[in-house]
Design a protein around this ligand. Structure first.
Ligand code: ZN
Length: 319
């Protein structure tokens, strides 16, 4: 298999969709909404990846669906898989097992048809304890990246970071590992700045300066809402853009589905049609996007639409 950097030189690389929300809908992931006020900024929910050891067949099935839809990268379900977050959910002692199993399952399905990426997300320490916990966050992120490297991932996707300061720590840990890293921030409640006050352009510049092979945004917004954010990043990044939008409608007042009252128990009422992903796929090359997939709310139907959009655009260009 070619590396992620080589693949992006040939055109937009199709990633996969969102795992935790889809597996939550199928009954294999706990949202935490029966215990705490998830969403609207008052709780973080659980959404941890223990399905990798408790329901491996369910996870493998979702990987297979994305592969059949055309994904050239499968993300190991290691999102929220730092020891910090797993400990809060009661799975701390299983940190090594969950990360190793998630990578092995993705690899088993990917075979020689897709690359396997290790997903690394924010620890939630900064939101809970403030910037003083950045050192602790570094220890946890560094540990998870070492586990993912041992398990044999091809590259890393650093995603859903709210604070640029924590993303910088993650990129430094990625650089120490020697693994290529795609880096995407999540912007909320508005796309104008991240949680520690940096503009999308500033985030893009910093992430590409720290060695990310693609930089951009994931989660929180639907494609149409995320597009201007990506355009703001494009001029500042020296590398291709990466985009994994969510499949939920946001509003002019709140560009973030996890801050809307529909999260997480009424998400069906704000679901975006897969057609918006087809259109997003068509525009990807023009917008300078090198890596494109979906985040929360995107099952295989959305990835098939993205694949069709990418293909229709290429066919129109060559025809
Ligand atoms: Zn998401």
């Amino acid at each position: 298999m070619k590396s992620i950097v080589e693949l992006m030189k040939e055109g937009p690389v199709l990633g996969d969709g969102g795992y935790l929300i889809e597996l939550e809908r199928r009954g294999f992931v706990d949202s935490g909404s029966d215990r705490e006020r998830v969403g609207t900024g008052r709780g973080s929910g659980q959404f941890t990846p223990e399905a990798a050891i408790e329901n491996p067949e369910a996870l493998k099935e979702l990987h297979r669906e994305f592969l059949m839809a055309g994904s050239r990268v499968l993300q190991a379900l290691t999102f929220f898989g730092t020891r910090e977050k797993l400990t809060r959910a009661g799975y701390g002692p299983q940190t090594e097992a969950i990360n190793a199993a998630a990578v092995a399952l993705a690899r088993e399905v990917a075979g020689t048809q897709a690359l396997v990426a290790g997903s690394v997300a924010r620890t939630q320490l900064i939101e809970r304890e403030g910037m003083g916990s950045l050192g602790k966050a570094r220890d946890h992120i560094g540990e998870q990246i070492r586990l993912l490297k041992q398990a044999g991932v091809d590259f890393l996707i650093l995603e859903t970071f709210f604070h640029l300061a924590e993303m910088k720590v993650a990129l430094e840990c990625a650089a120490e590992s020697g693994l290529p890293a795609v880096a995407t921030m999540s912007f909320r409640p508005l796309i104008s700045s991240c949680s520690d006050g940096h503009s999308p352009a500033e985030c893009a510049r910093v992430m590409s300066d720290l060695g990310a092979v693609a930089v951009g945004a994931n989660c929180e917004q639907e494609p149409s809402r995320m597009t201007p954010l990506l355009q703001a990043m494009r001029g500042a990044a020296k590398v291709p853009l990466a985009a994994q939008p969510a499949a939920f409608h946001t509003t002019d007042a709140c560009h973030s589905f996890t801050r809307l009252p529909a999260f997480p128990d009424d998400l069906e009422t704000i679901q975006v049609s897969r057609r918006e992903f087809l259109e997003f796929g068509k525009s990807a090359r023009r917008e300078g996007i090198g890596y494109v997939g979906g985040c929360c709310g995107c099952n295989a139907a959305y990835i098939r639409s993205l694949a069709r959009g990418l293909h229709e655009r290429s066919a129109a260009v060559s025809g």
